[in-house]
Ligand binder design. Structure first.
Ligand code: GCO
Ligand code: MG
Length: 442
């Protein structure tokens, strides 16, 4: 029957009922949109710290809500100062936030951020991150979506990562790189021994002079700045031109030596050179950019927006590498990623062993959802960590996958966490000294 006859057969009453129905369903849709879900309140907040591998202190914040069973987790991991973060969460954020809305994440972040008046430090930012990420986890669970969906969905099928190749000599390092290449990694970080190739430094004159303490480490400049270009050359010759090579200077040499070292690496086409300077030497990034086109990554030590705004808006770096819980959580990192996009800077979130699986999941959800993703540092979670944190992100062929579940997809087994208490040592780093005893700023 054509439309004309249909209308005739329905007559006025029939027509009215169609419009009414349409109108009814529209108003229903509208009602759902305005009333939404009942407001969710925060009913409890607690910090949970544990050391599944026995020496790295992982801290997460668990938020409970007025909806029974609806809880969220956020990463607040600061391995070197864990206990102050626990205090900042349990003794300050908990009384501040309990009873307030769990729905309004940005409002909570802005007010918790200023609740200490003095702000932008690593301890308070980590505590804030734990609360912030837990609220994003809750929001995703409520929506029945992974957090990356709340951020606009996927820009890529999975998260490309880099592995940490290591070795105390060139051959050991070469073997490590080749193994990762066989495992499907397209990006590998190459380090000769520990940061600064400290094992090559053999003149701890300060020890002979009885200066410092036997716990103090030793690293000279010359062995490192001469071995690093040779390391790159050996890996390029033995592993080829295609593998992407990254290297972390880790702020171990004077800024001008870092400028010269980075220039000397240009011929080896690094994917990026990380942390050439300490944040206190941010003024050198402009000088470095004027000297070489080697891609530069910086950020894991940043806590304060003033540390990254110029580096990004002046295009003095190519990858922003912040430790997301160190800057206050996902709410900050997603704004940082957006800022970076407009200046051609890509993301490379810090992702070492001292980030909890919740933090790694937050990294990965953001990695999936931003256009200007660069690369992701990853770790392999041992059995104990997977027992404590069911739903850890997984690795396959060099790609990182999130657990496709609402929220971040990572939970905590608090009973299992209790099996892995914090180690006796509180986590501070011992000094590293030049041969004359001068302290190195790592
Ligand atoms: C990296 C970092 C780490 C840090 C560590 C500090 O690039 O992963 O440099 O190795 O040194 O996370 O606790
Ligand atoms: Mg680093």
């Amino acid at each position: 029957m054509n439309r004309r006859n249909l209308l005739k057969s329905l007559g006025v009453a029939g027509l009215a009922s169609i419009f009414l129905k349409a109108d009814e369903s529209a108003s229903q849709t509208y009602d759902r949109a305005t009333t939404g879900l009942p407001e969710l309140k925060i009913t409890d907040i607690k910090a949970i710290a544990c050391a599944p591998n026995g020496h790295i202190r992982l801290t997460v914040v668990k938020v409970e809500t007025s909806e029974p069973g609806l809880t969220g987790l956020g990463c607040a991991t600061f391995n070197q100062r864990t206990v102050p973060v626990l205090t900042a969460v349990d003794d300050y954020l908990k009384p501040f936030a309990v009873g307030r809305s769990a729905d309004n994440i940005e409002d909570m972040w802005q007010n918790a951020y200023t609740s200490s008046y003095w702000r932008n430090g690593p301890v308070l930012n980590n505590a804030l991150s734990g609360l912030d990420q837990a609220l994003w986890d809750i929001k995703g669970k409520r929506a029945g979506m992974p957090v990356y969906q709340l951020l606009g969905g996927k820009c890529r099928f999975a998260v490309d990562t880099y592995a940490h190749a290591g070795g105390r000599d060139f051959v050991q390092l070469e073997e490590s790189v080749k193994k990762y290449m066989q495992d499907g990694y397209r990006h590998v970080r190459i380090q000769l021994g520990g940061y600064g190739a400290a094992h090559l430094s053999t003149t701890p004159d300060f020890r002979t002079a009885g200066f410092g303490d036997e716990r103090d480490g030793h690293m000279d400049i010359y062995p490192y700045i001469t071995s690093t270009p040779k390391m790159f050359e050996h890996i390029r010759v033995t592993c080829g031109d295609e593998i992407e090579l990254l290297h972390d200077i880790h702020e171990r040499i004077p800024p001008i030596d870092a400028v010269n070292l980075v220039k000397s690496l240009e011929e080896f086409r690094p994917f990026f050179i990380e942390d050439p300077f300490a944040p206190e030497d941010n003024g050198y990034f402009k000088i470095l950019r004027e000297q070489t086109s080697v891609p530069i990554a910086m950020g894991e030590l940043f806590n304060n927006p003033h540390e990254w705004i110029d580096l990004i808006s002046q295009r003095w770096i190519d990858f922003i590498r912040v430790h997301i819980s160190q800057i206050g959580g996902l709410s900050v990192a997603r704004k940082l990623a957006a800022l970076a996009e407009w200046f051609g800077v890509r993301t490379a979130w810090h992702g070492p062993g001292d980030v909890s699986p919740v933090g790694h999941a937050a990294n990965a959800h953001l990695d999936l959802a931003v256009h200007n993703f660069g690369i992701q540092e990853r770790v392999l979670f041992d059995e104990a960590t997977q027992e404590v944190f069911p739903g850890c992100p997984t690795m396959q062929n060099g790609y990182l996958y999130v657990n496709e579940a609402p929220g971040f997809g990572v939970e905590i087994n608090e009973k299992a966490a209790k099996k892995f208490p914090l180690p006796e040592h509180p986590g501070y780093w011992n000094p590293i000294r030049r041969r004359d005893g001068t302290a190195v700023r790592p």
